[in-house]
Each structure stands twice: as C-alpha cells, then as structure tokens.
Design a binder for this molecule. Structure first.
Ligand code: CA
Length: 305
C-alpha cells in the first residue's frame, strides 16, 4: 500500500507532513491509472443500456426507476420537456420512456420535435391517454411503442427490452456523425453525400461506433461483433480494420473521426467536439485534488528549506 505515516528520522513535523501529502499525490495518481485501466470493466457498464425517464408524477417516476433499475438498466429521470431536451441533447441514452402530460408542454410536441433527428433513440410512450385516437397519434408522432397507465412494471421492462432489440432501435433509422451517414437497413455508407464502399468488417465497426457515438467502444466488443465464434482472430485484427476505416474517412474528407483511447478502445465523434462527459468528469474529479495536494506539499517543503 502506498502510504506514509511514519516520521523521517531527524526531520521536522512540517517535512513529514509534506512527505505524507506527496505520498497521497502518488496514491491518487495510481488510482487514476487504475481507473483508466478499468475501462475494460467500466465499458461493460457503459455498454449497458441507459434510459431516460420523462415523468412528472414523482410516485410513478419512483416506481419506474425502482423497477427498471432492478431489471438492470441505468437511468436518469427528468420531469419536464425542457430537461428532457437538454438530457437527450447529450446523446447518451439508448431509449426513453415518455409521459405525455408534462408541466411545461405536451410530450407529443417533444416527439414531433425529436423525430427527424439522426440517431433518434426508441421512445416508449407511457400515458393515461387510453383512447385509440391518442394511441394512433402517439405512434404516428414518432413513438415506438405505447403503453397506457396504470401499468405493470414488468410490462414496461419487457416492452423496453423489446424496443432495444429492434435493429437500430427504430425501423429505417439512419445513423449520422458529421457528414458520415449510415443506413442500417440498406447498410449503405455516404460521406459528404458520396457513396462509400466499405468492406464488411469496416462497415460493422463504423456502425457500432456510430451507435455509440461520443462513447468509448472497447476493442473486445468490436472483436466479438466482427468475428464469428469459428473465425480465427489475429491479435491486431481490430486495430488494422480501424486503421483502414480511419484512413477511408480521412480520404473522403469526413467531418467525423475515430479516436483511439489507448489500451481501451475507440471512439467516434464529430471533429472538434468535446471529450465525452465521463472522461471530463473523471479527470476533473482527480486532477483538481491532485493539483491542490501537490501545491500544498510543495509549499510546505519549500517553506522548510
Ligand atoms: Ca404527467
């Protein structure tokens, strides 16, 4: 264990304090390295489905949260259209459960607004409006499924899972990052409006990265997806495919690019977009106290000299 609680022989209390602080800096730096290395494990969580629940009735929101979390989903809850738009703009959800009667607007309007967006996530409408006309309107407005309150949480869980099992999350969906477009039905790629012929495995890698745009996809996940059980897998197969795909994107002047997260995997993002939230928060959480401790330790040590 990297820790110092003793006294340096013949030294003062201040010097010992400085040494202790420096040990803490080293320990926290090591924790950061361990946290980075754990992305293989964290990625498992990242690859888990994340839901957004848009529900203004606290009791119902609580039932949904409890039931869906027990089913293994990670989720966030918002209670109005404005917060829902803000959350969805982050693009980190795989599906949403939407109440229609919200305090600052109608969920139907939110649906209509979201429908043309590329990479739109599947949306389960969960509402008290039980008339056939309302159901038809909800589905026509862009809802992927419709469930009437009162509900059984088991059915909500089952329907959510069913939505997520759909190819692309919604029929006919086109995935997009910058000027890179991928049609999940025809499996056609276009870069800047020009058709691009991609080999099968590069095409699959692009699709996976597009679906997880802005988030890290581990090398092992890509390996599992592009190779069958019977296939022989060379150790550098994924990096080679990614290298070729990256070059194709560059040569076609794509405005999206593939970043390598060393030792972890790959991330596709539009050029000049910010780093993913997870990295920023992790770096902030660790970098700020690290810097503060380092400054304190240095100040004490210098004062001692
Ligand atoms: Ca409501």
């Amino acid at each position: 264990m990297l820790r110092f609680h003793g006294k340096v022989e013949g030294s003062s209390e201040r010097l010992n304090t400085a040494v202790n602080l420096l040990c803490m800096v080293a320990l926290m730096a090591r924790q950061q390295v361990q946290a980075d290395a754990r992305y293989g494990v964290i990625d498992k969580q990242m690859m888990d489905v994340r839901l957004l629940i848009i529900e203004d009735e606290p009791r119902i929101a609580d039932i949904l949260k409890t039931g869906l979390e027990r089913a293994g989903f990670a989720l966030d809850v918002v209670s109005c259209c404005a917060d829902a738009k803000e959350a969805l703009a982050l693009g980190s959800y795989d599906a949403a459960i939407l109440d229609l009667g919200l305090p600052d607007g109608d969920g139907m309007d939110l649906l209509v607004e979201l429908r043309p967006a590329p990479n739109r996530i599947p949306i389960l409408i969960l509402t008290a409006r039980d008339a056939v006309e309302a159901r038809v309107a909800g589905l026509n407005a862009g809802g992927d499924d419709y469930l009437v309150k009162p509900f059984d949480i088991a059915e909500v869980v089952a329907r959510t899972k069913a939505l997520l099992r759909r190819p692309g999350g919604a029929l006919g969906v086109a995935l997009q990052a910058g000027n890179v477009l991928f049609d999940t039905i025809g499996r056609d790629t276009r870069i800047g409006g020009v058709p691009a012929q991609l080999p099968r495995r590069e095409c699959t890698i692009l699709e996976i990265l597009l679906r997880r745009q802005g988030r890290v996809v581990t090398r092992s996940v890509l390996e599992e997806r592009i190779y069958g059980i019977e296939d022989d897998l060379e150790s550098n197969a994924v990096p080679v495919h990614v290298h070729h795909l990256r070059r194709r994107l560059q040569e076609a002047n794509a405005t999206a690019e593939i970043h390598t997260v060393r030792g972890v995997g790959y991330l596709l993002a539009e050029k000049k977009k910010m780093k993913p939230v997870l990295f920023r928060s992790l770096q902030l959480r660790l970098a700020v106290p690290l810097a503060a401790l380092y400054v304190a330790a240095t100040a004490i040590a210098v004062g001692e000299c």
